[in-house]
Design a protein around this ligand. Structure first.
Ligand code: SF4
Ligand code: SF4
Ligand code: SF4
Length: 320
């Protein structure tokens, strides 16, 4: 395995401490090392290991990185945090996903790093729990931990990619983005471009030339270059909490339902005819057929019963 991609091990509570200490002059070498690695590669995998009883002990890391408040507090703090994150000991995720979850699910340290009232000295909690440092780190935003994409770069990619799309003799689109184009259209007569993606432009090109060939591509496509989540260096989507997995499954679902494969090239009008006939509702793809979100990673986009915007676009064949 590429050394840079090897999972780095971390105690769950240390995710919080990285945020808590992000504004500190007083640095912690171990946490700084992890933060540096995450900044260099936000998709670097982190494995959450903590000391537990019973079956999950296969991943117990030992007590070396316990903080000084004692075994019980250390055990409880890690499990309290895992519970809030919806994860279990030994889980590995891209670092950016873990921090995204932390910022979303754990806005304050109360109840994890310290408790209302001290019931015994070994339940006194961390000295910093009432300092507000963690909450200030959260208020400073995720970009303090993982740098957001540069706005100038996004603008440049928007201009260049749109220019290339309008000059090209075909469109290169990942399969489920055909559906997202329909959701964006939503049955509207007047559409406008947005800064964050190229959905408008792809629709506009198809409406002006319904027979333009559309090539079905794997991974990021012509919709993606200006997106905040697009990593220009790798060409990968940095969409959080399993978005990559959901998107790949949606792409494969669309290909399976249409009987197509990556690399297939069809005139847009014919492709949309097949799409709207065989996939009448986003529930079939974006709702996994039953509309049930079984975990944070397998969340459902829009209405689990099916996106109304998609239905409206389907009704008018997306104006093609
Ligand atoms: S309060 Fe203590 S344990 Fe909690 S995040 Fe801050 S430094 Fe870490
Ligand atoms: S519901 Fe599906 S098709 Fe619509 S925007 Fe979400 S992912 Fe795209
Ligand atoms: S979130 Fe990912 S797949 Fe969606 S437009 Fe952005 S880069 Fe592309």
């Amino acid at each position: 395995m590429d050394e840079n991609r090897a999972a780095r091990e971390i105690r769950p509570y240390q995710l919080m401490c990285i945020v808590c200490r992000s504004g500190d002059a007083d640095r912690d070498e171990r946490l700084d090392g992890i933060l540096q690695a995450v900044r260099e590669d936000p998709n670097r995998p982190l494995t959450l290991r903590c000391n537990v009883d019973s079956a999950y002990r296969y991943q117990n890391p030992g007590r070396e990185e316990d903080s000084p408040e004692g075994d019980l507090f250390n055990e409880k703090r890690d499990l309290d945090l895992l519970q809030r994150l919806g994860l279990v000991p030994g889980d590995t995720r891209p670092a950016v996903e873990l921090f995204e979850r932390l910022f979303r699910e754990v806005p304050e340290s109360r109840g994890i790093c310290g408790y209302d009232g001290v019931t015994a000295d070994h339940w006194r909690g961390c000295d910093r729990a009432e300092s507000g440092a963690y909450e200030r780190g959260i208020a400073a935003g995720l970009q303090q931990i993982v740098q957001a994409r540069d706005e100038e770069e996004k603008g440049r990619f928007k201009r260049d990619s749109v220019d290339a799309m309008y000059r090209a003799s075909e469109l290169a689109i990942r399969p489920h983005h055909l559906m997202c184009m329909a959701c964006f259209h939503g049955g509207r007569e007047e559409l406008e471009p947005i800064a964050e993606d190229n959905l408008f432009e792809a629709i506009d090109i198809i409406q002006k030339n319904p027979d333009i060939p559309v090539r079905l591509v794997r991974g990021c496509c012509e919709i993606c270059p200006p997106c905040s989540r697009f990593d220009a260096e790798s060409g990968l989507c940095g969409g959080g909490v399993g978005m990559n997995l959901r998107d790949q499954k949606k792409d494969l679902d669309v290909l399976q339902l249409l009987g197509l494969a990556y690399g297939d090239r069809l005139p847009a009008r014919r492709l949309y005819g097949m799409l709207f006939e065989r996939i009448p509702s986003t529930r079939m793809v974006c709702g996994y057929g039953d509309g049930v979100a079984r975990s944070a990673e397998w969340s459902v986009c829009r209405d689990p019963k099916g996106s109304e915007a998609y239905a409206r676009a389907r009704e008018c064949d997306m104006g093609i």
